[in-house]
Design a protein around this ligand. Structure first.
Ligand SMILES: Nc1nc2[nH]cnc2c(=O)[nH]1
Ligand SMILES: [Zn+2]
Length: 452
């Protein structure tokens, strides 16, 4: 891949606004020089500057460029189950999610769902995702095969359970160990490290000690595998787990005592955590994936962000498709804002910079990719989404009349949808939508040759 210079009105958060304040928002008209997918140069432009670079130039300045979104919790098999409203978690699982997940026993069905799932991520501007896989090894293979072709950065794994779901979703220790080892061997580190494996018990409610011990063996079979599961989402779930694990101090202990909680662990929800669980999460370096639309849809509760931040727990965002309301991380950021507003004095006032960080840099760091992705600085991959709202749309109007950069970003979170994402790149490769034709500037000539 040769060098391309993108001219863009870029918004990103290279530092953490929870530490540096809303000043962490960087809003610049820039020339980003990208070579082999890496941003090798970044130069602020005088607004409206004309011919600015030699070589291939792509002018994106009639839209807004954001870093690619990082979704830290999203279920591959549930894309066709989105929109199941009116039920709390365990009823929703039984009546909405699990019947759909059982259909992925059919490899052809799983392949179709994998395509819809990855397409949904890319169209929403998501470039990196920690994906809750399928109970069926064949479906996990289908997901990784499609993910390899998609160009997206996918960490995923086989979901393991042996009780309380549906018989066809249950496994046994020997099968889980053999299938997990084969999937790790085949996929962990594939596509130049763009694909990684995560050991994934569904949750302790449906995963016995025997399977959690298999998770422990699998996780420690390599030194760089990932771990993800659910925790503390719903009161009935939590009380059931306490009955099933009477010797555990708390829900997190059911994972921690098998060595499953560490710096490469991401736990979804944690809506109703105990103080000792927050302390253990912070001490272990694990991250929590906050899934706002899912928590609201299932009536799970109001995420205690303040308590997580005070305890020093890493927090990132997840869509939790299909309990969540689709692939849009903009919608998750907006819902996170609403939840904290509704918490009043106990809430955390979130500025647009906080929302952008939660949807990009926080997820990158939670997934150990903070050096590679999460913002549009020199040395990072060109993982980006280009927002171009339809002319005359409300977002188009709102952006044209935004009084400042932070307002522009706020309006993107309030009004932006995947339909406004005109293009998505991963490592400089277009993975969704269309980019403008590049023009080639040669140092000698003054005219340019448009290239399709
Ligand atoms: N939101 C959510 N919580 C879960 N806990 C166990 N499985 C699930 C799931 O599929 N979605
Ligand atoms: Zn989930």
């Amino acid at each position: 891949m040769s060098a391309v210079t993108y001219l863009a009105r870029a918004l990103d958060t290279p530092t953490n606004p929870f530490e540096d304040g809303p000043g962490a928002l960087r809003a610049e008209e820039v020339a980003l020089e990208v070579r082999d997918g890496t941003i090798v140069g970044r130069r602020a432009l005088v607004p409206g500057e004309k011919a600015v670079a030699t070589g291939e130039v792509v002018d994106l300045r009639h839209g807004v460029l954001l870093p690619g979104m990082v979704d830290t919790h999203v279920h591959f098999p549930q894309v066709r189950a989105i929109g199941g409203l009116g039920m709390p978690l365990l009823d929703w699982l039984e009546r909405c999610a699990l019947p759909e997940e059982a259909r992925l026993a059919d490899p052809g069905y799983a392949e179709e769902v994998a395509d819809e799932f990855l397409d949904g991520l890319a169209r929403a501007g998501t470039t990196t995702a920690l994906v809750f896989g399928s109970h069926f090894a064949s479906a996990v293979d289908a997901l990784f095969e499609r993910a390899e072709r998609s160009g997206l950065r996918i960490t995923a794994g086989q979901v393991l359970s042996d009780r309380m779901l549906r018989p066809e979703l249950h496994t046994d220790p020997a099968t889980a160990a053999a299938e997990g080892a084969a999937l790790i061997e085949r996929w962990h580190g594939a596509a130049g490290g763009r694909l990684r494996y995560a050991v994934t018990p569904r949750f302790s409610l449906s995963t016995s000690e025997a399977i959690l011990r298999v998770c422990e063996e699998l996780l420690h079979s390599r030194d760089d595998l990932w771990f993800t599961s659910h925790i503390n989402e719903n009161l009935r779930e939590i009380s059931t787990v306490a009955e099933l694990f009477p010797t555990c101090q708390h829900y997190l202990d059911t994972y921690a005592r098998h060595g499953l909680v560490g710096p490469r662990s991401v736990l979804a929800h944690n809506v109703i955590p105990g103080e000792d669980e927050l302390r253990l999460l912070a001490a272990s370096g694990a991250a929590v994936s906050h899934c706002p639309t899912s928590n609201a849809a299932l009536g799970s509760g109001m995420f205690p962000l303040r308590r997580h931040l005070d305890a020093g727990v890493q927090v990132a965002l997840g869509t939790d498709v299909g309990a969540g309301a689709g692939f849009s991380m903009l919608k998750e950021g907006l819902q996170a804002y609403y939840l904290q507003q509704l918490l009043g004095a106990e809430g955390v006032p979130l500025t647009p910079a906080h929302l952008l960080y939660l949807a990009t840099g926080a997820g990158a760091r939670a997934l150990g990719l903070g050096e590679q992705v999460g913002d549009l600085g020199v040395g990072k991959q060109f993982d980006a989404l280009w927002l171009v709202p339809p002319t005359g749309s409300t977002l188009d109007t709102a952006l044209r009349h935004a009084p400042g950069d932070s307002d522009r970003l706020a309006r993107i979170f309030v009004l932006g949808t995947p339909a406004d994402v005109a293009a998505t790149w991963v490592g400089g490769r277009l993975v969704a939508g269309h980019a403008p034709a590049s023009t080639t500037h040669t140092p000698r000539s003054t005219h340019v040759h448009a290239r399709t």
